[in-house]
Design a protein around this ligand. Structure first.
Ligand SMILES: NCCCC(=O)N[C@@H](CCCN)C(=O)O
Length: 424
């Protein structure tokens, strides 16, 4: 039980009221982002809109536009308010990139809204109590769907000095945590030799054959990997005309494993598939891994329990469906953040059972119905941040759990999982 339970309850109420008060402008914010979907690292309008929100529509924030990345931003308030003890540095994260062709089919417009709303609520609550030593940061993190903007920002030091970070992602259910797998994206290029496909095919070196063999090799490999590992990809370039033997082809694949420690194993297996296809066809092969590999999410059960308790108090019904709770739901660059700062990446229902990365989900993410759930989630995040701020032993528990979980993962990384591609 927190010593300052009375004050805590009052501040939680205050955070909720502030979020409700700002509901209309928060809705406008997410609508503006939703109606103009922009791809990774190119989210210029979303960046400008969020910067304008914190510098013009809201008061008291110091805003850094183009913060370390062209389409990242930072808004800060604090630090400390002259209170006692060390300043606690709390951050809320906003994402705002969309998917090619189908717009905001992952609902990142709502992630921007939920992060902004939670920050507004939290700031309003702590502002009322001038003695609280706190610094609030909102970080706008581009390129989750492609590239991993948070990983760039970690490298640039944007997460240095933060004590705890909060974000929430829309989905089909409310859940304090869902497993996210580690991922490394790879582009494979085959270089062959063009020739007339009918007149003198023997003069050609067929790069499409290499791509197809590569695709098939990987499909066969899929049978020999663990059930929760994933290999999936596309052929991006497959040639230009049936009567020209393709001289160049390109594939893009995502390789995923539940733990970042297992990624080298799946990569080694995939590598043999890439290279053997080149050898069989006489093509040259180039294998280019993405600049950033995504880590799995490091859980923080202390934060999850607090979030769940606050969510329930607000009427959330958390999913108990084992299939949802245990199936890996994709990857996120928040995984890398979770290895640097303790944090939570919860999921929230938006009034629709549409599946992410579909046109139906794009519609749901722009629907008025999503607003109630988005703001309720923002309240739960702000309340959880208040729990951590007002009860110092909770913050310590969050930090201890983080250190222990990280140690465990580091040990796994150091010892390395077994690789059965290596014959004894
Ligand atoms: N469940 C939310 C996951 C968000 C998402 O779909 N992220 C992408 C990231 C891809 C980066 N290459 C994913 O496919 O998992």
């Amino acid at each position: 039980m927190c010593e300052r339970a009375g004050l805590l309850a009052e501040l939680k109420h205050g955070a909720g009221c502030r979020i409700d008060e700002a509901a209309e402008k928060l809705h406008r914010l997410s609508q503006d982002i939703w109606s103009c979907p922009e791809l990774a690292y190119d989210e210029r309008k979303a960046h400008d809109r969020l910067v304008a929100f914190f510098s013009q529509e809201e008061e008291g924030w110091k805003v850094d536009s183009h913060f370390k990345l062209d389409t990242a931003f930072r808004a800060t308030w604090g630090p400390g308010g002259g209170g006692e003890g060390d300043v606690v540095s709390v951050a809320f994260l906003c994402e705002y990139d969309a998917l090619p062709g189908i717009g905001h089919a992952c609902g990142h417009n709502l992630i921007a809204e939920v992060g902004a709303a939670a920050a507004l609520g939290f700031k309003a609550a702590v502002e009322k109590s001038s003695k609280l030593p706190v610094r609030v940061t909102v970080l706008g993190t581009p390129a989750e769907e492609d590239g991993g903007g948070k990983i760039d920002l970690i490298r640039e030091g944007a997460f240095d000095g933060l004590d705890v970070v909060f974000m929430a992602h829309p989905l089909q259910d409310d859940a304090p945590f869902l497993p996210h797998v580690a991922e490394h994206d790879v582009t494979v290029k085959y270089h062959g030799k063009a020739s007339h496909a009918s007149a003198y095919p023997w003069e050609g070196v067929n790069a499409l054959d290499a791509a197809v063999l590569c695709y098939n090799n990987l499909s066969v490999l899929r049978q020999q990997i663990k059930p929760d590992w994933r290999i999936h990809g596309i052929i991006k370039h497959g040639g230009v005309k049936p009567n020209i033997i393709p001289a160049y082809t390109e594939l893009e694949y995502y390789l995923r494993t539940p733990s970042r420690a297992e990624l080298p194993v799946i990569k080694a297996k995939a590598e043999m598939c890439f290279r053997s296809a080149a050898m069989a066809t006489g093509c040259e092969v180039e294998v280019e891994y993405a600049r950033n590999a995504f880590d799995n999410i490091l859980r923080n059960r202390t934060l999850e329990d607090l979030y769940e308790e606050n969510g329930k108090a607000l009427g959330m019904e958390f999913t108990t469906d084992e299939e949802v709770l245990t199936n890996a739901s994709g990857s996120t660059d928040f995984g890398n953040v979770s290895f640097v700062v303790p944090g939570i990446h919860s999921y929230f229902y938006i009034g629709s059972k549409a599946l992410s990365h579909t046109e139906e989900y794009t519609v749901a993410a722009g629907d008025q119905k999503a607003q109630f759930y988005t703001l309720r989630t923002a309240k739960a995040l702000a309340m959880t941040a208040l729990d951590v701020l007002l009860c110092p032993d909770l913050l310590q528990r969050v930090k201890d759990e983080f250190t222990e979980a990280k140690l465990k993962e580091d040990r796994l990384l150091k010892d390395g999982p077994t690789d059965n591609t290596k014959n004894a």
